[in-house]
Design a protein around this ligand. Structure first.
Ligand code: PMP
Ligand code: GLN
Length: 382
């Protein structure tokens, strides 16, 4: 057996979702909406399934979706993209991130990762034989530790993996922070894999800025999006990479060896989705902001110190503020078993030692009635 995989535990999302099912708990753990995505996008998929284009699509994605990805880059960020030479459609952002890392990392190369981190990053970097350099962001402010970040870059640095809006901290990186990272990339001649799956999920006027839009960054960045998050259809697993034409062939070759292609009908429906008017994208974030407020304010009323959430599906709460004696893992287990509500322990997003162990992550991408019931259950328990 591959020793790196043997040493990797089952993902916390699967573990906690199974525990939620076992105890009949409301699942505010794994981040998936309990409502469907836009009807016209689903209709487009159904129609596409029936019209006979059901065989292998082109390796880099159906032309409709590649054009839609290019157009979305232009519309939202002013990035000009060649749909034939600068886009690769993948089976989810998970595959996209792996393909981008494969495209640039050689064994022994160093890859800078920011903790807390999404659970697939570290195992994939290690499987590629690259060396992770972890830099930690700490709650409650999640500030970018500039000196530590600069120190993590060196002659062997090949890439940084940057997630903004960030899971689970819900941080949106500022223009100044991105400029600092861009300067490091220039000075060390390194690439960035940019996990931007929550690009359209920002709140309170926070705007997502792709690192790719900063001066000099266009050829260094591989920008990853996800239809799962942008259209509340997480099971579809359609992702897309935008990158320079010099990088795209290697991303495409990685994709060729991972999944080769992605279901053509879903791709064509996602193209319909990306062409939706600005009102769709505004109401997506507006509705999620209302759900965030409902959950964050409700948790605060119950006595939790709740950290600000500028983007993504998640709010994080300090479990010490309600007098819980154990750590985050014990809290999330007890919450599931006793209160019948599931959350994710934030230590699951740290690889290094001495991670902060008093935070729980709650997903708010749920119907209001579900969020209210979850709050009532937690209220009866704390
Ligand atoms: N990156 C982050 C930060 C995520 O939270 C997720 C979770 N959905 C993904 C990547 C994976 O996206 P996909 O479902 O499109 O593979
Ligand atoms: N991205 C989702 C989360 O953070 C989980 C996706 C998964 O289960 N792998 O909750």
């Amino acid at each position: 057996q591959n020793h790196l995989l043997s040493a990797t535990g089952t993902t916390i999302f699967t573990v906690m979702s199974a525990l939620a099912v076992q105890h009949g708990a409301i699942n505010l753990g794994q981040g998936f909406p309990d409502y469907d995505g836009p009807e016209d996008v689903i209709e487009a998929a159904a129609a596409a399934l029936k019209d006979g284009r059901n065989q292998y699509p082109p390796l880099t994605g159906v032309p409709e979706l590649r054009r839609a990805v290019a157009e979305a880059n232009r519309r939202f960020y002013g990035i000009e993209v060649d749909p034939d030479r600068e886009v690769v459609v993948t089976s989810g952002a998970t595959e996209a991130i792996t393909a981008c890392l494969m495209a640039v990392l050689n064994p022994g190369d160093e890859c800078v990762l920011l903790e807390p981190l999404y659970d697939t990053y570290l195992p994939v970097v290690r499987l590629l034989g690259a060396v992770p350099k972890l830099v930690r962001l700490s709650p409650p402010k999640w500030e970018l530790p500039r000196a530590e970040l600069a120190a993590a870059f060196g002659p062997k640095t090949k890439a940084i993996l940057l997630n903004t809006p960030m899971n689970p901290s819900s941080k949106v990186f500022t223009a100044a922070e991105l400029a600092f990272i861009a300067d490091l990339l220039e000075r060390h001649d390194a690439y960035a894999v940019c996990d931007e799956v929550y690009e359209h999920l920002t709140y309170d006027g926070w705007k997502h800025i792709p690192l790719m839009t900063l001066p000099g960054m266009r050829p260094r960045c591989m920008r990853v999006g996800s239809a799962g998050k942008t259209f509340s259809l997480t099971g579809w697993k359609v992702g897309y990479v935008t990158c320079d034409a010099t990088l795209q062939p290697n991303v495409a070759k990685a994709h060729q060896n991972l999944t080769f292609t992605t279901p053509p009908n879903l791709q064509r429906a996602v193209a319909v989705g990306l062409a939706k008017d600005d009102g769709y994208f505004a109401s997506l974030s507006g509705e999620l902001q209302a759900r965030r407020d409902l959950l964050a304010e409700g948790l605060a009323r119950l006595g939790f110190a709740v950290l600000p959430a500028q983007g993504s599906y998640f709010v994080t709460a300090d479990i010490r503020s309600v007098g819980f004696a154990g750590d985050d893992v014990a809290f999330c287990r007890a919450l599931t078993e006793e209160a019948k509500v599931t959350a994710i322990p934030v230590t699951a997003f740290y690889a290094g030692p001495d991670a902060p162990n008093h935070y729980a992550r709650f997903a708010f991408c749920k119907n209001e009635a579900v969020l209210r019931e979850a709050l009532a259950r937690i209220g009866a328990w704390v």
